[in-house]
Ligand binder design. Structure first.
Ligand code: DQA
Length: 147
């Protein structure tokens, strides 16, 4: 059974109340529950984690090495700034899909640049919480091609 980590970064614990016109009305618990149900239907073992601090996210990525087959990663604002997260993604040598709820390219210009995209397998953005289901399917495709 493939195992996938969904890792959410800073401020995503505020989903449901944080700018719902941009990020939707579902809480993080709702989004994770939807993803869990979908993952089970696709035969995936899903683990979910969220942290607001950059170092803890680095540690989650390190822990994924050896325990997960791939990572779906919404790094929040660290996407646009973090060399440490980029190095962690490169270092773990696992497929990582960058994910954003919003279409970052339709927003402020500082959100157009991703520090991590060049070391990720692919990017999903703009589909709201449905993006996590799309990412699970995309990751399964990546893992099948790897096998
Ligand atoms: C986000 C987009 C980022 O620019 C922002 O800082 C977030 C959320 C998204 O899911 O759309 O915190 O990653």
């Amino acid at each position: 059974m493939p195992s996938i980590l969904i890792l959410n970064g800073p401020n995503l614990n505020l989903l449901g109340t944080r700018e719902p016109e941009i990020y939707g009305a579902q809480t993080l618990a709702d989004v994770e529950e939807d993803a869990r149900i979908y993952a089970t239907s696709r035969g995936v073992t899903l683990t979910c984690a969220q942290d607001n601090s950059e170092g803890a996210l680095v540690s989650h990525l390190h822990a994924a090495r050896g325990s997960q087959d791939g990572v779906i990663f919404n790094a929040g604002a660290y996407t646009h700034t973090s060399i440490a997260l980029r190095d962690a993604i490169s270092g773990i040598a696992l497929p990582v899909i960058e994910l954003h709820l919003s279409n970052v390219h339709a927003r402020e210009s500082f959100r157009h640049h991703s520090m991590i995209a060049p070391v990720c397998t692919g990017v999903i953005a703009g589909f709201g919480a449905a993006g996590y289901r799309l990412a699970i399917d995309a990751m399964l495709g990546v893992l099948e091609r790897q096998a």
